[in-house]
Design a binder for this molecule. Structure first.
Ligand code: FES
Length: 137
């Protein structure tokens, strides 16, 4: 049947858990929050901020903080599938998180992203996220 998600609360940015228990699926935002080519920055406790991108109808979640010097990539320009850091213009490939233009040399974290019922979720490693309590069926 695929991934089954159980929502813990009816508000955004809360933690849910996948059936296999290997990853936490975190509700990041509404699909409508990511429009007009602009990424959405989402603050996550115990993980740090992520940026949600919508490129040609596909959603991607990457770490929001530039690996060079802490700028928010959600504030950068988007050209195709590239985001340009607003601080020093380093470039990252959004789908892979690859650093492609100096001064960035370290890749970004990327997270499996999916949409359910008009909301965007990302699967974050358990070790870096708050575990859901034992509410699974
Ligand atoms: S902070 Fe992003 S390129 Fe320097």
């Amino acid at each position: 049947m695929g991934l089954r998600i159980r929502l813990r609360r009816a508000v955004l940015n809360m933690t849910t858990e996948s059936v296999d228990g290997a990853h936490i699926a975190t509700l990041l935002c509404s699909v409508d929050d990511v429009c007009g080519g602009r990424p959405k920055r989402v603050e996550l406790k115990e993980h740090g901020p992520v940026a949600v991108f919508r490129l040609n109808g596909t959603f991607y979640t990457i770490d929001d903080t530039c690996t060079h010097a802490q700028a928010s990539l959600a504030e950068g320009e988007v050209e195709g599938d590239i985001v340009i850091c607003p601080a020093h213009f380093g470039r990252f490939h959004v789908p892979t998180g690859k650093a492609i233009t100096f001064p960035v040399t370290q890749d970004l974290g990327i997270y499996a992203t999916f949409v359910r019922d008009g909301h965007v979720f990302a699967q974050l490693p358990c070790a870096r996220s708050r575990r859901a309590s034992s509410e699974l069926p």
